[in-house]
Design a protein around this ligand. Sequence first.
Ligand code: MUC
Ligand code: MG
Length: 366
Amino acid sequence: MKILRIEAIPYSIPYNHALKFASGQVTDAEHVLVRIHTDEGIVGEADAPPRPYTYGETQASIITIIESIFAPQIIGLDPFDRGKIHEIMARTIHNQVAKGALDIALWDLMGKALGTPVHKLLGGYTDSMRVSHMLGFRPAQELLDEALRFGEQYGITTFKLKVGRRPLTLDIEACHVLRAGLGDEVELYLDANRGWSANEAMEVLRRTEGLGLTALEEPCDAKEAMSRRRLVENSPIPIVGDESVPTAGDVSRELLSGGSNAICIKTARSGFTEATEILGLCTGLGVDVTMGNQIDTQVGSLATVTFGAAHEATTRRAGELSNFLDMADDLLADPIRISGGRISVRNVPGVGAGIDEAKLARYRQN
Ligand code: MUC
Ligand code: MG
């Protein structure tokens, strides 16, 4: 089998309300649908969500890097020869989301060619994941209302609260209001997207002591190495590396330097191949992992659950799988359902992200 053509299709779907966090906000899913076509008519697909405030990639940069750098070198290769394709992609640094989408599209292709679901190819540990929902910046009472609604409607009992605001009291109050309103059984953890200094993060941890928060993600920039290490050493809860660890090399640097003691894996920026390397590093070292959300569509969320459900270590914690619920529409022909707080993998060949072509035609931008 040979790769004939690679498409990078820009599309835009609005959000019902903006998702705001310390490093930016999202009002529209201006993403890129990547399609790898083969001479046997099998097509592999994946979603690429540009996050300029996180990785520096834009919709235009993802399309350009795929069309002008990667596609000319990859066309003609056998999609099963992933080692060759990864060697080509590694010659260009960064561009993690573009590379991640190409990798997932290759796995989708292989699954389709083998007539096997990709969650089975990756590990086949289980067939669903518990869902964690990410709450963006909002006044405390609105956050509580949203969490209660998601609990009632979808059975979700784990929430990640976006923090990193100043004054610190905004987020401290939100933590107290959520804990009081949701009760002790609900899991709550925080993600500051580098919004604070390490010392500010320490203060927040002191002033939320006793609330049973289970983790704090990217409290400050990991480049502030000394203060970050001091925070990790003194924090009673895990300090999770997210945007500081898109590659396996970044993970080893942050773990070895003491910048993080838990790791967020995101398939959107690591694909399935590098996510597997990262998972191996973490399980080998005894480091906890979470399956994170790159503010994914349903196509991206399906990729996350496909990887997450395939391994035991990634199912210990709830995966961040539900932010597509904030979108006005999506591309999947058969929408994801959240039931009893869980999302299931798809037992069809590939990843199972069948695209509704009419919707793609409506939202595509070229
Ligand atoms: C997250 O976990 O940080 C916000 C920015 C980004 O790149 O991902 C999201 C969620
Ligand atoms: Mg994060």
